[in-house]
Design a protein around this ligand. Structure first.
Ligand code: NAD
Length: 465
């Protein structure tokens, strides 16, 4: 019995039909040949390039994101992801040989990648193109059909993705369903072969329950409170420069940005001085379209409520009509403050000072495992401790967020911040199953496994195992 999902009769029927049609299309082997996959990936790339201007306009309407920033953080990485898939697909799709143990000799052993079937991709709004279409690239490369559900909070980007995909692809292969909770609920009531979800841990649990109902393979790309540690020996000016850009790009609405900074008490004053200098240099301002808006009023109110006026070191101003929150630094923060009770997902940076590394690590361990963590330090011993003792999805040493821009590094969380990983070849793997095959010739056979068991045979099996 399905307990977690409410039914929505009309869209439920539509969703069921859509999934059935895609499953039929998949079962006819339409999506499996490498030629088909490459042709469709090239088509997707062409369509995106043709609609580039319209895509920039849509995201500007949604939350005032400039063309430059959209190209840098969404469009180019997405095109790059398609290029990587096109370039490598023939290699990825090949069976991967593994060694055969002596007991099975002579034989070949290999892994054969196969598509999972019908995929459902549910996206988040903060990088709406990337978070919806990058998983699509993986799903297509792996040979699946795909149903996409972009976030309803970024309505113009949701509409343009729907237009591009639904007008140009067979709905039995790729189809976008727009909408919020009712539509997602109707979709989640169906059985898929893969669900790929990006969003909050809270909704991640709903998705995971729905997937469990059908034992569907699921990837959850979630969030958390990401720490950035600044040690006494950090190259402070450069470290702060890198972290500040990463914190306030997209107005802090970035799942892997620094949520809070742990700063050694001896460098706090310099840290704050450099941080303010960097904020001013970046000129994060609505006037020059160099700073995006908060996505909606609900999130605006939520983030503003996390700013304790008594703890503002810099910023703290906001404008509700513009959904603008000034880059804000809070100092003298402790774990009881409101800002430390939830993922901030906005342009507010709390600073917590520490004296010993143990203390800093204890603070990180006080929270669920984060999606990302950053260490700014030149000490090899501290780097080793950081990598050894702290669990997180992905991270960087002496940088912030840039690990996401390397397609050779997988992207994903751990524990509460998610399960599964993607990007580049990891996206192909994420949407594939690798069949494990033992392939034997028939000319030769040993009789060890056959009846007529005796001590001599057993000794030989032991020797060969
Ligand atoms: P969200 O969980 O509110 O929404 C994500 C998707 O789930 C949307 O498409 C939405 O329509 C759908 N949804 C919302 N409520 C639902 C419900 N009750 N039932 C079914 N579907 C529902 O997340 P968001 O506000 O879009 O994004 C912010 C969160 O996502 C943050 O926690 C952030 O860290 C995380 N995030 C993670 C990544 C990542 O790659 N790991 C990327 C971006 C955002």
């Amino acid at each position: 019995m399905n307990t977690s999902i409410q039914t929505v009769p009309f869209t439920d029927i539509e969703a069921k039909q859509l999934v059935q049609n895609q499953r039929h299309f998949f079962n006819q082997n339409n999506t499996k040949s490498v030629d088909f996959r490459l042709e469709q990936l090239r088509k997707l790339k062409t369509l995106l390039l043709e609609h580039e201007d319209a895509m920039h306009d849509a995201i500007f309407k949604d939350f005032g994101k400039s063309k430059y920033e959209n190209q840098l953080t969404e469009f180019f990485p997405l095109i790059d992801e398609i290029n990587v898939a096109i370039k490598n697909l023939k290699k990825w799709i090949k069976p991967k040989n593994v060694a055969t143990n002596i007991l099975n000799f002579p034989a070949k052993s290999y892994l054969v990648p196969e598509p999972l079937g019908v995929s459902l991709v549910i996206g988040a709004w903060n990088f709406p193109y990337n978070l919806t279409l990058t998983p699509l690239v993986g799903s297509m490369a792996a040979g699946n059909t795909t149903i996409l559900k972009p976030s309803e909070l970024a309505q113009h980007t949701s509409a343009i993705m729907t237009k591009i995909l639904n007008e140009n692809f067979d709905s039995n292969y790729i189809h976008v369903i727009e909408g919020g909770i009712p539509e997602t609920t109707a979709l989640l009531n169906q059985r898929y072969d893969k669900i790929f979800f990006t969003g909050s841990p809270m909704v991640g649990k709903i998705v995971n329950k729905a997937a469990a109902e059908h034992l569907t393979n699921v990837t959850l790309e979630l969030g958390g409170k990401n720490p950035a540690i600044f040690t006494k020996d950090a190259a402070l000016k450069m470290s702060v420069k890198r972290m500040i850009w990463a914190k306030f790009v997209n107005s802090g609405q970035f799942c892997i940005t620094t949520d809070y900074a742990l700063v050694h008490k001896d460098i706090k004053d310099d840290f704050l001085k450099y941080a303010v200098e960097e904020i001013k240099k970046n000129n994060f301002s609505r006037d020059n379209h160099n700073y995006v808006q908060i996505i909606n009023e609900r999130n605006f109110d939520r983030v503003v409520n996390l700013i304790d006026p008594d703890k503002v070191f810099y910023g703290g101003n906001y404008n509700k009509n513009e959904r603008y929150i000034e880059p804000t630094i809070l100092h003298n923060v402790n774990l009881d403050d409101a800002v430390m009770q939830e993922e901030i997902f906005g342009p507010v940076l709390p600073i917590i000072t520490y004296e010993s590394l143990d203390e800093a690590f204890d603070i990180i361990k006080h929270f669920e495992k984060p999606l990302a963590a950053y260490l700014f330090s030149d000490s090899s011993a501290i780097k080793d401790r950081f990598l050894n003792e702290i669990s997180f999805g992905s991270g960087a040493i002496n940088d912030c967020v840039m690990q996401i821009s390397n397609p050779n590094l997988p992207f994903g969380g751990v524990g509460h911040s998610g399960m599964g990983r993607y990007h580049g070849k990891y996206s192909f793997e994420c949407f594939s199953h690798f069949k494990a095959i033992l392939d034997k010739p028939t000319a030769i056979e040993t009789n060890l496994k056959y009846y007529g068991y005796n001590e001599k045979k057993l000794k030989l099996v032991k020797l060969l195992s």
